[in-house]
Design a protein around this ligand. Structure first.
Ligand SMILES: [Zn+2]
Length: 135
């Protein structure tokens, strides 16, 4: 099947984006099925459950009280320790996965706020953890 740039309407923001030949070829070469993406590249960088942005800590300086997060598209976003949720900035070591919101102020660069650690999914507790609901 020849690859072709395909316009797709994003199911989140409703904008049309192009599913490019390059993306299609990369998926094919990686052995992935050629399934049309539902989200534009921008919305793919969001946590589908919470809608929050996903990224990793590039660095954080406890002395300076600020650092940078790298979002999925490579964009580096400033954050200050006052914008970090508990347990606090001490846990923000290089490479730590985080979720965050972006605060945009006119005349200033966007900054990350409500920065939070990505917590692993909670363990299932109690009985009936085999996927069957107990009657
Ligand atoms: Zn979108």
């Amino acid at each position: 099947m020849p690859y072709r740039d395909t316009p797709v309407v994003c199911s989140v923001c409703g904008r049309t984006f192009i599913w490019t030949v390059t993306e299609q070829r990369q998926a094919a070469e990686a052995g992935l099925p050629l399934v049309k993406p539902e989200l534009c590249p921008r919305d793919r960088m969001r946590d589908p459950l919470t809608g929050r942005w996903l990224g990793r800590v590039k660095w954080y300086s406890p002395e300076k009280g600020y650092g940078f997060i790298i979002r999925g598209d490579g964009e580096e976003i400033f954050f200050h320790r006052s914008g970090v949720l508990p347990p606090g900035p001490a846990y923000l070591t290089e490479g730590t996965p985080v979720t965050f919101e972006i605060e945009e102020t006119v005349g200033a660069k966007p900054k990350a706020v409500e920065v939070a650690l990505v917590t692993p999914p909670a363990e299932e507790e109690g009985t009936g953890a085999d996927g069957q609901a107990a009657a």
